[in-house]
Design a protein around this ligand. Structure first.
Ligand SMILES: C[S@@+](CC[C@H](N)C(=O)[O-])C[C@H]1O[C@@H](n2cnc3c(N)ncnc32)[C@H](O)[C@@H]1O
Length: 488
């Protein structure tokens, strides 16, 4: 039964859409620590973490178009917290975003008239508390009590603590019903569900949505054969590397912090999803070859190209991301050339070091293939983003082709599930560039994953691939990669 309290309501939203209400706090760290809040409530255990989660969710729900990446919001909101609270805040945010469609669907039924106007962070408080009740190990009473305290501590939300209490008690009562919600129709944003159905068909769209419900484990790329590292890192080697002399993937069973693991400090490996490791391998870089890594930061693929023995020049538009690349390369003991440049506007002949034997273009994209690791992507991207990104990718591809020697190889990749950023992008590129041809990927290059090669010889991975009984050990990011060659 729906709850009603007061007439002055925002209208309920269709399931699975952020509200778009203005006025979310940005980078507001005030009062996150334990202690007395503006509304007079005392912060108890776990409150600071939950308050930080509410701040992040409020920004995503209320200003999805302007919200910076959730990682940046979280870093800001948790800057004053200890490691334990920081971890709890991250876990709440991730669980909330991963199942936001289900949570909003249930809350819309429980609050038939929508949220009251001027209710401050009430929606963010209710969705984060619901995530704890429905999808985390938090005891129900702890999730409800802390949510009520958070509401009480906010001037605008305080008048609605009675409503919050009643709604959350109903969330507790309807747990079983939520367990039956459909992953595609309820958890995925409607526009994405429609696009996945149109591009990949009903069954693949369902498999994608089902896979996105699970929190993935960590994959790392190790230099050379995975062999000894599977034991040292408590993981399994994924049989995807065509040339294990360069890098191979180990999927970790452990949930220990990355920096505590053997080999991290010595730079023996780096975190990289198994699918993200495929494009650089398809270039088959030979020692001494001149390689341009376009859109390189933060450098996961740069490291692979260097590990293969290439003389690598890394290019990226963002100085801040290039700083991260430099730090990552230092830990790994690599020192590629680095150039900060906007490749969409620069004349290719102005780019230093060319022509190149091989070019990797890991283009900026909608990142819908990474939703299992970054569930915020589902709620902060818009259909219009895909068209503008496809336009940028086309310009970057033309630049990449112009940097190649005759006979030079190009691998283009995106972590998107959108054909416009993958298959269709390459078809259009080949029409524009008759001097280029596709070099199909052979099944032998992707041992253990032949189903990822499409009829044109391109690589297309889905989150539903590499299934395993243990959810943490299954799945792949959604990636597209095509290999091309300059004829003359
Ligand atoms: C998908 S990320 C690259 C990830 C990287 N290849 C890796 O494996 O770690 C895309 C990158 O493209 C860069 N980028 C976006 N537009 C660009 C442009 N016009 N010129 C150069 N770099 C650009 C972004 O700064 C971002 O670092």
């Amino acid at each position: 039964m729906g709850l009603k309290s007061g007439d002055d309501r925002r209208k309920g939203r269709p399931s699975g859409r952020p509200s778009g209400k203005a006025g979310a706090p940005r980078g507001n760290r005030q009062g996150q620590g334990q202690g007395r809040q503006g509304g007079g409530a005392v912060m108890g255990p776990g409150m600071a973490a939950r308050r930080a989660a509410v701040i992040v969710l409020r920004a995503v729900l209320e200003q999805p178009d302007e919200a910076p990446q959730v990682d940046a919001l979280l870093a800001d909101a948790t800057a004053d917290l200890d490691d334990r609270d920081r971890g709890l805040a991250r876990a709440i945010v991730t669980a909330t975003l991963r199942r936001l469609g289900s949570i909003q669907h249930l809350l819309a039924q429980l609050m038939e008239r929508g949220y009251p106007r001027k209710c401050g962070p009430l929606e963010a408080i209710l969705v984060t508390a619901s995530a704890q009740i429905l999808f985390m190990d938090t005891p129900d009473h702890a999730a409800v009590d802390t949510a009520i305290n958070l509401a009480r501590a906010d001037r605008n939300a305080a008048p609605f603590t009675g409503l919050a209490n009643a709604v959350l008690r109903n969330v507790v009562a309807r747990k079983d019903e939520v367990a039956g919600y459909d992953p595609l129709d309820i958890d995925a944003p409607r526009w994405l569900a429609a696009r996945w159905r149109a591009a990949w068909g009903e069954s693949q769209a369902r498999a994608i949505a089902a896979a996105l419900r699970h929190e993935p484990g960590v994959d790392v790329s190790v230099r050379g054969p995975a062999g000894a590292w599977t034991e040292r890192l408590d993981g399994v080697a994924l049989p995807l590397a065509p040339d294990s002399a360069a890098t191979q993937t180990v999927r970790l069973r452990t949930t220990r912090g990355i920096e505590e693991l053997p080999g991290y400090a010595e730079g023996a490996w780096w975190v990289q999803d198994a699918a993200a490791a495929l494009p650089a391998r398809l270039l088959h870089v030979q020692p001494g070859e001149r390689v341009a890594d376009l859109c390189a930061a933060p450098g996961g693929k740069t490291a692979q190209l260097l590990a293969a023995g290439g003389q690598v020049a890394a290019f990226d538009r963002s100085p801040a991301r290039m700083d991260r690349l430099a730090a990552n390369m230092r830990r790994l003991g690599f020192s590629p050339e680095r150039h900060v440049v906007n490749l969409a506007t620069v004349a290719p002949e102005k780019i230093r070091g060319g022509p190149y034997d091989a070019v990797l273009l890991d283009a900026p994209c909608s990142a819908t293939g990474t939703i299992r690791r970054h569930p915020d992507v589902a709620w902060t991207k818009r259909p219009g983003d895909i068209a503008s990104l496809a336009d940028l990718q086309a310009r970057l591809l033309d630049c990449a082709a112009a940097l190649l020697k005759p006979g030079g190889r190009l691998v283009y990749s995106t972590c998107s599930l959108e054909p416009d950023e993958g298959e269709l992008q390459i078809a259009r590129f080949l029409e524009r560039n008759p001097q280029m041809q596709r070099v199909p990927v052979a099944a032998a290059e992707l041992p253990g994953l032949p189903e990822a090669i499409n009829a044109a010889g391109e690589v297309r991975t889905f989150p539903s691939m590499l299934p395993d009984a243990e959810p943490r050990m299954s799945g792949l990011d959604g990636f597209f990669a095509a290999r091309l060659q300059r004829k003359s």
